[in-house]
Design a protein around this ligand. Sequence first.
Ligand SMILES: NC(=O)c1ccc[n+]([C@@H]2O[C@H](COP(=O)([O-])OP(=O)(O)OC[C@H]3O[C@@H](n4cnc5c(N)ncnc54)[C@H](OP(=O)(O)O)[C@@H]3O)[C@@H](O)[C@H]2O)c1
Length: 241
Amino acid sequence: MSLGLPQIQLNSGHSIPALAFGTGGKRDPTAQNDPRQALLDALQEDTQPYSLQAAWSIMENLKQEGLRKDIGLSNFGASDIATLSQSWTFVPAMNQIELSPHCAHDPRTSAIVDICAKHHITPMAYSSLSPLRTPREHFPDDPGAPQSTCPISSGFEEGQPLRPLLHRIGSQRGGMTETQVLLAWTWQVFRGCIVTTTDKRWRMGEYLRTFDHAPLTQEELDSISKVGETKYYRRYPRALA
Ligand SMILES: NC(=O)c1ccc[n+]([C@@H]2O[C@H](COP(=O)([O-])OP(=O)(O)OC[C@H]3O[C@@H](n4cnc5c(N)ncnc54)[C@H](OP(=O)(O)O)[C@@H]3O)[C@@H](O)[C@H]2O)c1
């Protein structure tokens, strides 16, 4: 499918941690100057396995040619970013990573956030609402994972330690929902940008009204972080390189 756009605003390498175009969408072989096809062709010609730096330089070419306004990363760990920084011409605009109170305390997350700050790369949080959702997949072996004191195998309701706290904070603030409190925590703690989703119009309104409320206090932020740390959980654990 050709998007019919002269330029795409932002393209993040959307894989683990390889670089590729977004998800979905079929290619239109008749499309002229299809940037998606251009990247795929370039990758095809490259010798396998291509390095992160080689892949990033292809992304940079897209930006240089004006086919992308900004280019970014997805699920890049701190060492991947350090590797890339040795040769990049353009600093990535953002790095999309999973960020929630259940994985913020993971030293691997802090390392990513720190190196992003050092290079002025915006952290783009995904799956920030995972503490309120049913889990996506079983917890795989992850030797680098912090210990959880909250059991995660005893059913997800018992495994949602944050819900009562979010509810209490929301009620004390005059009707903020659990979802809004969690979004506010993510935004205030990481000062980046949040990517979320819904198929419901009312939920979209709920998300947007988060920012009508006064910011959470430091005490509220800390209490959420503290309870979040009792459980280590990632919705996309395999994305952690
Ligand atoms: N780079 C990557 O590897 C990667 C990985 C995952 C996702 N992403 C991106 O991030 C975007 C968001 O991902 P995500 O789905 O993981 O986001 P999310 O913000 O964690 O979750 C959004 C979901 O939360 C549900 N929700 C909101 N409040 C709730 C509540 N109180 N109780 C139960 N459920 C609640 C919504 O359900 P309803 O639909 O019912 O409103 C919605 O489906 C995706 O569209 C994708 O673009 C990127």
